[in-house]
Design a protein around this ligand. Structure first.
Ligand code: HEC
Length: 107
């Protein structure tokens, strides 16, 4: 029983890290520079109406960027920004913002 759960945990780790490993974080960091004027430094937004990207799940960022690009999610600004992005561009920039861990503290 113990062996089975260890193997399962190993498989889970392997599958969780796959997408990040295939993404190019250097390219993602470069692309992310143009996002930060709206989404904030390192993707932590201070602008009303603009969500934070830092620490959001990679799969969520990828799906939202594809939806903006493909016109399935509507926002005047993001539709224009996402339009020229390839799947690889999206994977890279999503991996960049997803790599941050956001800590919550109650005041
Ligand atoms: C000119 C300002 C601006 C720039 C530059 C910009 N964004 Fe956005 N972004 C927005 C706004 C505003 C929204 C909120 C859209 C909405 O309300 O649906 C948004 C939403 C998003 C979302 C959805 C987040 C969520 O929580 O659902 C993602 C993902 C995103 N942007 C990624 C990016 C990336 C990646 C870049 C750079 C390549 C970028 N944005 C550049 C303004 C900007």
């Amino acid at each position: 029983m113990k062996t089975v759960s260890l193997i399962a945990a190993g498989l889970l780790c392997a599958s969780l890290s796959t997408s990040t490993l295939s993404a190019d974080l250097t390219a993602g960091a470069k692309a992310a520079q143009s996002c930060m004027m709206c989404h904030g430094e390192n993707g932590l937004s201070k602008m009303p109406g603009t969500p934070s990207l830092a620490g959001q799940p990679e799969t969520y960022l990828i799906s939202q960027l594809r939806q903006f690009r493909d016109g399935k999610r509507h926002n005047e600004v993001m539709n224009v920004i996402a339009k020229p992005l390839s799947d690889a561009d999206i994977d890279n920039v999503a991996a960049y913002f997803a790599q941050f861990e956001v800590e919550l503290k109650r005041h």
